[in-house]
Design a protein around this ligand. Structure first.
Ligand code: T6T
Length: 633
């Protein structure tokens, strides 16, 4: 994100804040409505298996209502009726049309029913910055990519200059529109000619007739792409009936049993499997998290693909990527046999105590056991032996931890992972935090604040108060800690952008007394310093005490990271101007959700879940809606 955008975001946060929404139920047994795109359809039956698994794991109820056709004429009245019931806590749905589904979903949202879209989206699918932003999340495949994969494979097989045909559903459906776009992109890049696109209205017979007619009229068509289950079924049948297996190379979307059959018997070359059960599981899990008050829901979760071909289709290990047409009972809940190790960065620390609240909220919802072990200091000398001991127990099913050092924590976490314990890092990361393309990729996910952004927010707020040219001081912890390194970086970026001079950075080793002495000394030696930023709870405590003791409240503008009760006290009494609250409870809760989804075999857990901020200032600190963001001691 550009720095300008960050600044605009900061101002929006300061003005509007983020208010948690109260939910209808208090017993935690929420009623979540699930409205797939259409049924019967093996894609949505498979999605439902994920929906019911999550509901069973997390103890919520599902009301599923199926549109008879993939058409707003069927889905809109269903959603209207669900809203009218008055007892639906959240809606997980695959909208039938990018535009026409907006009003009814907006109505649900306005009636207090949070909406998550799975598979398909409304607007342009960018719920952060696009034209439609009210849905909590869009969980589904990257369909432009999927179409591109399909038609690149045709190009690989057929070579440049070949003619292809596309069987699509109907314009207006987000997913299949994007697959057509992706296929056309690949065609343009690879020199294929798209001779014709037909729309089959999700009807396999129509698709079959269209395909037969097109292939007969255009005997030079050498390849075709069918964009979903029904087009795929029609294409397979048409090719088979015309005896064209092998003569026309076919890529199908959706791994229903029949489509896999067409691959097995050589009628088609490629079947692209989406991950509908991941969409369902994550949709219900995130809706539940939101209703529980843990609201750092990613606006977009892409769910990935598995591409079946003649070589890998016989491998039993890949059967899990095939869709099912049978509704099955979900697997039994994990129960207390599932043991989650939780190793915070250090304790006691209100930040990690609050994180623990999130971990335990999710764990008790799922009925699993948590073994929490606290390092006495934020230091690998304390945390590494703890993790070693957890590995040695031999009964830990997943580890949620805040590593103390980007580099020095790697070996022990690698050992856990290699020993079969999936690792989720919360708050801090190892390597460079990019677990997809960075130097360290084995952790399942990194759940935490965007700390460069947080540092930027803090120092942009100082710049706004102090104006360009002001001198500021940073109290930081120790180089090597991922989060606080990034906050320093973000603050320096803001200073560079907005004309502040960073006179000095001190490192306080997570000790409030050291921070206090350093701060007092620096302010005395540099009376022209008019602003300071403390990058975490302990630096913040020291800064607050030093400013208070020196009688400098008001003379030095202070931005503190971390909303402990003491830091909020410094804001209330005017010692400091801004307190930046992270969402540690969300980190803990999401960490457990990621561990559970992974344990169920879902492979679409995001490698990065950013958890956002709440910025306290003098105006909003006494607002009851802000109270949820204060850390618990
Ligand atoms: O391919 C899926 C889905 O992704 C699309 O949105 C509509 O068609 C299916 O439902 C399969 O029939």
């Amino acid at each position: 994100m550009s720095r300008k955008l960050l600044l605009i975001g900061l101002l929006a946060l300061l003005i509007v804040g983020v208010i948690p929404v109260a939910h209808a139920q208090d017993d935690g047994r929420y009623t979540i409505a699930f409205v797939p795109g259409v049924n019967p359809d093996s894609f949505y039956i498979t999605m439902a298996s994920g929906v019911y698994q999550a509901a069973s794991d997390l103890g919520v109820d599902i009301i599923q209502q199926d549109p008879e056709q993939f058409n707003v004429q069927f889905s809109v009245p269903i959603i209207e009726a669900l809203i009218a019931r008055g007892d639906i806590d959240a809606l997980v749905t695959a909208p039938n049309d990018k535009e026409q589904s907006i009003p009814v979903l907006q109505k649900a949202h306005e009636a207090g029913i949070p909406v998550i879209t799975v598979d398909t989206f409304v607007g342009d699918g960018d719920y952060a910055n696009g034209p439609v932003t009210f849905p909590l999340s869009y969980i589904g495949s990257d369909n432009v990519q999927g179409g591109y994969i399909a038609c690149s494979a045709l190009a690989d097989e057929l070579g440049s200059g070949a003619k292809i045909y596309i069987s699509n559903v109907r314009p207006g459906i987000s997913t299949t529109d994007q697959r057509e776009e992706g296929c056309k992109n690949a065609a343009a890049d690879r020199g294929l000619e798209v001779v014709r696109v037909d729309y089959n209205e999700n009807d396999a017979n129509t698709a079959q007739q269209q395909t037969a007619a097109v292939l007969q009229a255009n005997p030079d068509i050498a390849g075709m792409f069918a964009t979903n289950t029904f087009g795929a079924l029609g294409a397979g049948a048409a090719i088979e009936n015309a005896g064209l297996a092998g003569a026309v190379t076919v890529a199908l979307f959706d791994a229903g049993e029949e489509n896999i059959g067409y691959l097995r018997d050589g009628t088609v070359s490629l079947v692209i499997a989406q991950k509908p059960s991941d969409m369902g599981y994550l949709g219900v899990s995130l809706a539940t998290a939101y209703l529980d008050g843990f609201q750092s829901i990613p606006k977009r979760i892409p769910t990935g693909y598995f591409v079946f071909n003649a070589e890998n289709v016989a491998d039993p290990a890949n059967e899990r990527f095939m869709y099912t047409s049978n509704t099955a009972e979900p697997a039994a809940r994990f129960g207390e046999d599932f043991i989650l190790g939780f190793v915070p960065g250090v304790n006691p620390d209100p930040f990690y105590i609050t994180m623990s609240r999130g971990v335990n909220a999710a764990a008790s919802r799922a009925g699993i056991q948590v073994v929490q072990q606290d390092p006495e200091q934020f230091n690998v000398q304390f945390s590494v032996p703890i993790v070693e001991a957890l590995i040695a127990r031999g009964d830990i099913d997943a580890l949620v931890t805040a590593p103390n050092d980007k580099e020095q924590s790697i070996p022990v976490l690698q050992k856990a992972n290699d020993g079969g314990i999936p690792v989720i890092t919360v708050d801090t990361f190892i390597g460079d935090g990019d677990y997809t393309g960075g130097p360290v990729t084995f952790p399942l996910s990194y759940v935490g604040s965007d700390n460069v952004q947080g540092g930027y927010i803090a120092c942009a707020a100082l710049a706004e108060k102090l104006g360009s040219g002001a001198k500021i001081y940073i109290s930081n912890v120790r180089p090597g800690i991922s989060t606080t390194d990034q906050r320093e970086e973000g603050c320096k970026n803001a200073a560079a952008d907005l004309g502040l001079e960073v006179v000095r950075v001190d490192y306080n080793e997570n000790d409030a007394n050291t921070a206090q002495q350093q701060t007092a000394a620096v302010l005395q030696a540099n009376p022209d310093i008019t602003g300071m930023f403390a990058t975490n709870t302990f630096g913040a405590l020291g800064a607050g005490a030093a400013i208070e003791n020196a009688g400098l409240a008001g003379a030095v503008e202070v931005a503190l990271f971390d909303a402990s009760e003491e830091n909020i006290g410094y804001l209330r009494d005017g010692t400091v101007s801004f307190v930046i609250a992270q969402k540690p409870a969300d980190m803990g809760y999401m960490g457990v959700i990621a561990a559970l989804a992974n344990a169920r075999g879902y492979t679409s857990v995001p490698k990065r879940i950013p958890t956002g901020y709440f910025v306290f200032n003098a105006e909003n600190v006494d607002d009851p809606a802000s109270a949820a963001f204060v850390y618990t001691g």
